[in-house]
Design a protein. Structure first.
Length: 193
C-alpha cells in the first residue's frame, strides 16, 4: 500500500511537472509573439515623394507648385517615379515673376506640364543612370511623364540634364529615397518645348 501511494505521488508529481512545463512553454510563446508584434508595430513607414519634399525646406517652392498643379495625389501614388526636383534656388533662377505667374490658377496646365517634365516613370538611382549614360556613348535620353525627353550625360562626374530647348541642369543631390521612387535634386528648372 505504501508503495502504491509512493508511485501515485510520483506519477501525480510527474504529470504536474510536465503540465507546468507546458504552461511555461505556452506563456513563453505568447510573450515572444507579443514582442514580435510590438516590434512590427514600431517599424516606420517610409514617406512618399511629396512627403519627403515637404519635409525639406529646399523644396518649398516645388511643393507649392505641385499643390497648385494638383499633382500631389499623383506623386503620392504607387509609382515608382524618378523626380529631378528643382530646389528653391533653381526656381529663383527663372526670370522675375515667372514662379508667381505659374502659380496662378489660369496657368495650372502649363505648370503641370513643366513639373511632369521633371518626372520619369520608374525608379532610377544614380548608379543606374550613370550606367545607362556610359553604355550609350555618354548620353542617354529618357521620356518624361509629360511626354517630352531629357538627355542625361556626365560632366566632371556629375549627372547633367539637357532639356528640349538646350537648357542644362546639374544633379546636386542624388538618391533621396522615398516609398514610391527616388528624388534627384537639380540646380536649374528644365523646360519642355
Amino acid at each position: 500500500m505504501k508503495t502504491i501511494k509512493t508511485i501515485s505521488i510520483l506519477a501525480l508529481s510527474t504529470v504536474l511537472f510536465f503540465a507546468c512545463e507546458d504552461k511555461k512553454k505556452e506563456a513563453n510563446e505568447t510573450v515572444e509573439t507579443e514582442e514580435i508584434m510590438e516590434v512590427e508595430a514600431v517599424e516606420e513607414v517610409q514617406p512618399n515623394i511629396v512627403e519627403v519634399a515637404s519635409a525639406n525646406d529646399s523644396f518649398s517652392t516645388l511643393v507649392a507648385a505641385v499643390v497648385a498643379a494638383d499633382l500631389a495625389t499623383t506623386l503620392s501614388g504607387d509609382g515608382p517615379f524618378t523626380v529631378f526636383a528643382p530646389t528653391n534656388d533653381a526656381f529663383a533662377k527663372l526670370p522675375e515673376g515667372t514662379v508667381a505667374s505659374l502659380l496662378e490658377p489660369g496657368n495650372k496646365a502649363t505648370l503641370a506640364s513643366i513639373l511632369t517634365y521633371h518626372v520619369v516613370s520608374g525608379k532610377f538611382e544614380a548608379a543606374a543612370v550613370i550606367d545607362a549614360i556610359n553604355q550609350n556613348n555618354g548620353a542617354f535620353t529618357v521620356t518624361t511623364v509629360q511626354g517630352g525627353t531629357l538627355t542625361l550625360s556626365l560632366s566632371d562626374e556629375k549627372v547633367m540634364l539637357k532639356d528640349e530647348k538646350g537648357g542644362m541642369s546639374t544633379v546636386v543631390i542624388a538618391d533621396v529615397a522615398s516609398s514610391n521612387g527616388v528624388i534627384h535634386a537639380v540646380d536649374t528648372v528644365v523646360m519642355p518645348k
